[in-house]
Structures are given as structure tokens and as C-alpha cells.
Design a protein around this ligand. Structure first.
Ligand code: GDD
Ligand code: MG
Length: 325
């Protein structure tokens, strides 16, 4: 049984600036809740009882929101890196906070991934194969931005090639691993280590058993503005993807004090936060309009993000845009 996990939430989220200037990427809200909350609820619903949040960049914002986890029905503790230790270093540091026996396995999540994959099936696959590491894989058309992970017919990982220019497979690391403790112990403590560039290749060359669990259900890495806006829209349109999503009505999420003119059309997975004003004749689709923003009459906003308090002049047309603070 796998009951312990680590969430990697310490990255800087550079590609999402300016949204990540004051909010770490995992705390950005999609379908009204921080990405991390969607992940925590999914982990809890799959039998995880204890989670360590591996934080670094803006570490102080996580604990006030998640506390000891009791509000979410799970135990949460924090492993803070004064200096970011990289994905592998973060895993080793967080694992040292878990009381692990030799045969224990730990599930590790990249903090910016939302997926519909069945975690319980991944855990069952890990137990059936008795592997040292079980990586959740998905297939994409262009693997260049990801870890390329070719597997054989049995599912055995052949190599791990992070961000190749000419990928040799379309199966990629989808950012959720199960590590047996003997594999975790191979990661040096207190050093900067990349799990993708250092640990996986080393485990393979040292003869550890790594298996890929391939699942082609919904998957998104919300590392770019476009994918962040899409993730929120997708979760609202398919609330079954996350048990943490609530309050969806007519394909959107509308805050309690938002004022939407009756002639305006708001839909297709949009989020309209508290205190927003949408004036007459506006069309808003697939977009996130943050608290107290004011959208002038006749504006059209599609697949865009508007930060809190922004004033959008009447007649604006915004498509695939980020209007930051
Ligand atoms: N604690 C901590 N410390 N967390 C970190 C650090 C660190 O030094 N560096 C990165 N992280 C966290 C990020 O916050 C994020 O949740 C996760 O590790 C992955 O980092 P990204 O920056 O999002 O990596 P990526 O998207 O370029 O690539 C990774 O994810 C892909 C799938 O989404 C790799 O794991 C790829 O192999 C994978 O395909
Ligand atoms: Mg990412």
C-alpha cells in the first residue's frame, strides 16, 4: 500500500511571469482552487494519508492555506529548501521527513500537472511489477519540452532523455512517480540534483527496475500562460476531472458578488471572481477574470486572463492575452 507522498512545489514558474511574481505556480487557481489543492484531493481520494510539500520559491504562502492538512482530510508537513535543490534534491530532502521503512514506496507529484489518470491503477501496477520506480507516462505529439521515456512491450523503461531536440519516442514523463525507498536512497542529500537529468539515468545504468505506467487520459502541464488558462477552462467544463472543483453552473464559475449585465454572454469554462463588473454586450469565453476587474461594454474576451482590479476599456478585443497587475 502506498500512503505517503511528496509534492514538488518549489519551482519559480518563470514562464508564467508576471502571474508568478507574487504567487508560486502551484498556488495559482484553476477552476477556482490552487493547483496544489486539486492534487491533494486526488491523492487523498486514492489512499494517500501523509504528504510533504517540498517548497522553496515563496515557500511562506503554502502553510497558511493548507495548514496541517486536516481541512483536506490528510496530514501535510513542509520541507523548505533555503536554496532550491532541484527536483531530485527536493525529493531527498522531503523524503527525510517521512518515516520510511525499507520496503515503503512514496508517490511524488510535479506541482503543476493536472491529470485524469487513475492513481490507484498506477499504484496497483507498481505493486504488481515490484519495480523500484513506476513513472506515469503519457503520449504527446511533440515531446521536445518534456522528459522522453521510451519503454519496451513489458513497460520497462529503456532510457530517460530530458528535453531532447529530436525525441526518439512519443511517450513522456507525465510528472508522477512512485519510488521504492531503496531507489530514493540513491539520491544524495543536501545537494542540487535533477531527478530527470541525474537520478533516472543513474538508476537505469545501475540496474534498478524502472517501469512506465502509460495512461492517455486527460493530462496537462500548466507551465505556460496558454496551458494555465486552458487547464482552468478544461476543469470547469469537465468537473469530473477533479473532486476539488465546486460551484460550476452553466459551464462557468461565477463569484458571489460579481455583477454581469443581462445582455452579456459568459461561458465556455470561464471564471468570474468576486466583485467583477461585466458591462452590457460583453462576450467572455474560456477566460479568467480576477476579483474586482471591470470589463467595459461590448468587450470580447476569449481564452485570456485578467488580473485583479484591471479596467478593460469598452469595445476591447482580447484573445489569448494576459493582462497582468
Ligand atoms: N522543491 C522544489 N525545488 N521543487 C522544484 C524545484 C526545486 O528546486 N525545481 C522544480 N521544482 C518543481 C516545480 O515547482 C514543478 O512542480 C516540478 O518541480 C517540475 O518542474 P517544472 O519546471 O514544471 O519542469 P518541466 O515542466 O520543465 O519538466 C518536468 O515536467 C514534465 C511534465 O510536466 C520534467 O519532470 C519533465 O521530465 C516532464 O516531462
Ligand atoms: Mg512543468
Amino acid at each position: 500500500m502506498v500512503t505517503k507522498g511528496i509534492l514538488l512545489v518549489g519551482g519559480k514558474g518563470t514562464r508564467l511571469a508576471p502571474l508568478t511574481n507574487s504567487t508560486p505556480k502551484p498556488m495559482l487557481r484553476v477552476a477556482g482552487k490552487p493547483v496544489t489543492e486539486h492534487q491533494i484531493v486526488k491523492a487523498r481520494n486514492s489512499g494517500i494519508k501523509e504528504l510533504v510539500l517540498a517548497t522553496s520559491y515563496l515557500a511562506e504562502v503554502f502553510e497558511p492555506y493548507f495548514g496541517d492538512g486536516s481541512r483536506f482530510g490528510i496530514s501535510i508537513t513542509y520541507a523548505v529548501e533555503e536554496v532550491p535543490l532541484g527536483t531530485g534534491g527536493a525529493i531527498a530532502n522531503a523524503a527525510s521527513k517521512l518515516n520510511l521503512s525499507d520496503d515503503d514506496s512514496v508517490i511524488i507529484f510535479n506541482g503543476d500537472v493536472l491529470s485524469g489518470h487513475n492513481l490507484s491503477d498506477q499504484i496497483a501496477f507498481h505493486e504488481k511489477t515490484c519495480s523500484d520506480v513506476t513513472l506515469y507516462l503519457t503520449q504527446v505529439q511533440d515531446s521536445r519540452a518534456y522528459g522522453c521515456v521510451p519503454i519496451n512491450q513489458e513497460g520497462r523503461v529503456q532510457s530517460f532523455l530530458e528535453k531532447m531536440d529530436n525525441p526518439i519516442a512519443d511517450t513522456i514523463n507525465a510528472g508522477c512517480y512512485i519510488f521504492r525507498n531503496r531507489a530514493l536512497k540513491q539520491i544524495p542529500n543536501g545537494q542540487i540534483v535533477s531527478v530527470e537529468r541525474d537520478t533516472f539515468p543513474k538508476l537505469l545504468s545501475d540496474g534498478f527496475d524502472l517501469f512506465g505506467f502509460l495512461d492517455n487520459d486527460y493530462w496537462i502541464d500548466m507551465g505556460t500562460p496558454h496551458s494555465f488558462i486552458k487547464a482552468s477552462k478544461d476543469l470547469i467544463l469537465k468537473p469530473e476531472l477533479s473532486a476539488a472543483t465546486s460551484g460550476v453552473a452553466n459551464g462557468c464559475l461565477i463569484g458571489s458578488n460579481a455583477k454581469i449585465h443581462p445582455s452579456a454572454h459568459v461561458g465556455e469554462g470561464s471564471t468570474i471572481e468576486d466583485g467583477v463588473l461585466i458591462h452590457e454586450g460583453c462576450t467572455i469565453s474560456g477566460s479568467m477574470i480576477s476579483a474586482s476587474a471591470n470589463v467595459g461594454a461590448g468587450s470580447e474576451i476569449r481564452d485570456s486572463y485578467i488580473a485583479s482590479g484591471q479596467v478593460i476599456p469598452p469595445g476591447s478585443k482580447l484573445i489569448d492575452e494576459i493582462i497582468g497587475e
